[in-house]
Write a protein that binds this ligand. Structure first.
Ligand SMILES: Cc1cc2nc3c(=O)[nH]c(=O)nc-3n(C[C@H](O)[C@H](O)[C@H](O)COP(=O)(O)OP(=O)(O)OC[C@H]3O[C@@H](n4cnc5c(N)ncnc54)[C@H](O)[C@@H]3O)c2cc1C
Length: 397
């Protein structure tokens, strides 16, 4: 896009073209707001720094479940305890492994069709403040030149390394223990069951986290690990992954390796300040137990885009409407977020022995009865010594 095509002002400016930003752009445009999205990378969806796993429930409201963005369908999940025993969860379709690059490009197309402008190679370098000190646009480096583009509402969807929140004066600091350190390889020429996602737990394999195998086919998988930041001081996540690969897939051909942080935080106190709102990883809206952030980013983007468009409907910014964004987010995912934080804090502290015991209990339940409530009742009945732990896990459900 030639630089002369940059418009001077928009209703809504979105910073970041990941799942959160692209979905915000789509939903703001559906509601009729003049929306622009700036992405600093040259191509939307690239590079992919993700295991690409998502549940059917998290995906189905945003995109068709048939299309080139779906790499594989998952029918079963295996949890592997430290002693190597497996507990399985099965259903018709549990989830999907995405082709995330294609997925994001499709999200971009959907937003553009509705009128959103998506501009890549556009690095936002700061907020632009008016004379009264109110954010009224962004400073931009686009094709090597500096620009100011004005906007009434600014959505920061700039991922885990987000600076938009800080620029606006929102406290987005994360404790080291809540910042997961994640590393992943794409492994080829391996032999895995393409129907099963596998999760390995234990202090020797993934302290304060887990290791995943997300198959794209029988011979190819994303294999990665996420461990809590404070545990990665003892030994980096990368070394745990290499150790696992050597033991389990010594002949794998590694065709890609990525690393990144995942903010697995309790809820951020503020995700809106004045006319600036945060969505996705930028707003720490990742599931803190699983580190899965795609579905939450889609949902946060939708609510952010809709709320921003509604707040600007009359031409003036309606701050009361903008303030509803955190409320809507909390209603949608707040309870899950709180429970996930609770379980995470427990699981990360328990010994391998207790993890083995829990896996043993899960295995005793028939597969179609493996809900959290059933598990709780089962623990109470069959393993009284785990009751206190069970109460700790389940008390906030
Ligand atoms: C190794 C790894 C594996 C993961 N696996 C999974 C998984 O299997 N399933 C899952 O659900 N989640 C997974 N996650 C988490 C998931 O990737 C994120 O939660 C998700 O991408 C969040 O989406 P987002 O739109 O908020 O941010 P992002 O996808 O990070 O998008 C932010 C975008 O903003 C752009 N940007 C940043 N700053 C600027 C700026 N100043 N100007 C312009 N553009 C800017 C970036 O280039 C980027 O494109 C994984 C994370 C890691 C690190």
């Amino acid at each position: 896009m030639p630089t002369t095509d940059l418009k001077k002002s928009h209703d809504i400016i979105i910073i970041g073209g990941g799942p959160a930003g692209l979905t915000a752009a789509r939903h703001a445009s559906i509601a009729g707001a003049d929306t622009v999205l700036f992405e600093r990378d040259p191509v939307i969806g690239k590079p992919v720094r993700c295991g690409e796993g998502i549940s059917e429930r998290g995906l189905k409201s945003y995109i068709s479940l048939n299309g080139p963005w779906i790499a594989n369908r998952i029918k079963k999940v295996d949890m592997i305890a430290p002693d190597g025993s497996r507990a399985s969860f099965e259903s018709r379709y549990i989830g999907f492994i995405l082709n995330r690059e294609v997925f994001e490009q499709e999200l971009a197309k959907k937003a553009e069709k509705l009128g959103a402008k998506i501009i890549s190679k556009a690095d936002v370098t700061g907020l632009y403040f008016d004379k009264k000190g109110k954010p009224s646009g962004v400073k931009l480096n686009y094709c090597g030149q500096e620009f100011i583009v004005k906007g009434s509402i600014i959505i920061g969807a700039d991922g885990v390394e987000s600076r938009v929140g800080r620029w606006a004066g929102i406290n987005t600091t994360t404790k080291l223990k809540n910042m997961e350190s994640a590393v992943q390889v794409v492994a080829e020429d391996i032999d895995v069951d393409p129907d099963i996602c596998q999760f390995y737990f234990g202090n020797k394999i993934a302290p304060g986290g887990y290791l995943w195998i997300f198959p794209k086919s029988r011979s190819r998988a994303n294999i990665g690990i996420g461990i809590s930041g404070d545990r990665s001081i003892e030994m980096p996540a990368e070394d745990y992954l290499d150790k696992f690969m050597k033991e389990y897939f010594p002949d794998a051909r590694i065709t890609n390796r990525v690393a990144g942080g995942v903010p697995c935080n309790p809820r951020l106190k503020n995700i809106v300040k004045g006319n600036v709102i945060l969505a996705g990883d930028a707003g720490h809206q990742v599931n803190p137990l699983t580190g899965a952030g795609i579905a939450n980013a889609l949902q946060a983007g939708k609510i952010a885009g809709e709320t921003a468009a509604k707040a600007i409907e009359s031409g003036e910014i309606n701050y009361d409407i903008l303030k509803k964004y955190p409320e809507r987010w909390f209603r949608s995912r707040g309870r899950t977020h709180r429970s996930a934080t609770n379980i995470k804090n427990y699981i990360h502290k328990i010994s391998d022995k207790k993890l083995n015991d829990l896996a043993g209990l899960i295995r005793k339940l028939p597969e179609n009865e493996r809900s959290l409530l059933k598990l709780f009742l089962f623990v109470v009945k069959n393993k009284p010594e785990l009751i206190i732990d069970a109460v700790k896990i389940f008390r906030k459900f």
